[in-house]
Write a protein that binds this ligand. Sequence first.
Ligand code: NI
Length: 192
Amino acid sequence: MAIREIVLIGNPVLRKKAKKIDRIIPLIKQLIDDMVATMYKAPGIGLAAPQVGVSKRVIVVDVGERLYKLINPKIVSSEGLETGTEGCLSVPGKVGEVERATNVVVKAMNTDGRYIKIEAGGFLAKCFQHEIDHLDGILYVDKATDIRDVFEEMEEELESVMYEDEIIEEESAHRMVKTFHEQDQTKAIFEL
Ligand code: NI
């Protein structure tokens, strides 16, 4: 397994319609293994092949329940609508509010070449929709409102809490937050 480089917004591969996979050759299994390693390393909870520069219809998702490795995934039905916060490993440091279906049924091929159906709700459903959008060249920022800098927001919040409570002086509050940021501990849990 190798860690691959995650491509960022602006790279044309993220805007291409990814190609369907006809046969699961070893190269595809290698791609999937690498995507899983890359997602966990990031860390993220979902990754689509175009995000590692490969325009093929493959996604990996793990929101903490189990790992999904899906080939040619397709949403076959959906219901409900709700708005939630999302981020993306290809759009670092930002989050936004996106309206998605509450529940979806995803049909896909697994790595054994068998067709499977997954009924998903909540955050998993959002994640599937976000990743499948990647396969069609769509980024969450195309659909999102209130796109904002996640670090700025967290920093301001932390600083004001610490300062207003007079726990420490403004100067040291700022320094603390900066260190926190640099150590990357504020990495969004929403990265998909
Ligand atoms: Ni994404």
